[in-house]
Design a protein around this ligand. Structure first.
Ligand SMILES: O=C(O)CCC(=O)C(=O)O
Length: 295
């Protein structure tokens, strides 16, 4: 569906200005929209995973550990595919609230692709360099979007998301380095072509959601504060959009329709997309990939 067709349908949660913002700028922030009881449940289950990580010494399929992680001082970068680690995360990712918000931006059919929980640990959480998402998981169109839910109040020194307005309408950048290795970010040589000086910082209280389109150039700074910045990320697409490379964070829920129906026809956008490495052999995390770059 085109933005105009989507905007012509009555909205469930977002107002007109928020929907227009998403289509015009490539992102939107919904402040304090998740009810506190959901945040409390998600924080409780997240604490239990921090406890579990204390017995883990090396990054694995579930935990991506930061340097210096120990049982005494856990330091997590990412919990992979939280929806498969505890039923609470899937209940939330497939809830009416998530589906209503997604439907306001994607149309009547909404499909789940993957999820992750990026911790950005206190005084340690590393930066995420400027990148676009779709090169890691190409789809037949550019409808996929990612919702990031702040589980704690997230101020500007905690490394909130930064998004470049209008960048979703511009070029897609190479995310391989000069040696042909996937690094998951835009090179220093290409970066001057992005208006990063115009980037908007999406800080907000716990329960706020950032939503960015899969082509939008975004990043986040290190967390310099004494508080952690858990950001729960869910990626959804229109039901008519289909991935054509292996999912870097596969889940039995990938491809599940959380709203509406599985359509009979696929939508195809004529604009080409870069193809990532073959993830069928596994994937670490954006943090692991970006720290290995040779740009
Ligand atoms: O955790 C963040 O700050 C950004 C995450 C992100 O952009 C990603 O995982 O693609």
């Amino acid at each position: 569906m085109t933005p105009e067709q989507i905007l012509a349908r009555p909205a469930k949660i977002l107002n007109d200005a928020q929907r227009r913002d998403y289509f015009d700028k490539g992102y939107v922030m919904l402040a304090s929209i998740i009810p506190q009881d959901w945040i409390d449940r998600l924080l409780t289950v997240t604490s239990s995973f921090v406890e579990k990580s204390k017995s883990v010494t090396k990054s694995n399929n579930v935990f991506d550990l930061d340097t210096g992680h120990s049982a005494e001082k856990p330091k997590l970068r990412r919990l992979s595919s939280p929806v498969d680690q505890d039923a609470t995360y899937w209940e939330f990712a497939s809830s009416d609230l998530m589906a209503d918000i997604a439907e306001d931006l994607l149309g009547p059919n909404v499909k789940f692709h993957h999820s992750k929980l990026n911790f950005k640990w206190a005084e340690a959480g590393q930066e995420v360099k400027w990148h676009q998402d779709i090169q890691a998981w190409p789809h037949t169109d550019y409808s996929p979007l990612t919702m990031g839910i702040y589980l704690q109040d997230t101020s500007k020194e905690m490394g909130p998301l930064l998004c470049v307005p209008g960048s979703h309408e511009n070029e897609l950048f190479d995310h391989f380095d000069k040696n042909g290795k996937w690094v998951g970010h835009i090179s220093d040589a290409d970066l001057p072509r992005v208006a990063t000086a115009n980037a908007e910082m999406l800080a907000g209280p716990a329960g706020s959601i950032t939503i960015h389109n899969c082509r939008t150039v975004h990043a986040s700074e290190p967390n310099l504060s004494p508080r952690g910045r858990p950001l729960l990320l869910h990626t959804y697409s229109a039901g008519e959009s289909f991935p054509y490379t292996p999912n870097p964070i596969p889940s039995p829920h990938s491809g599940e329709i959380i709203r509406g129906q599985r359509p009979k026809w696929a939508n195809h956008d004529p604009r080409p997309c870069m193809v990532p490495p073959d993830w069928s052999g596994g994937y670490g995390s954006i943090f692991a990939a970006q720290s290995k770059s040779a740009m």
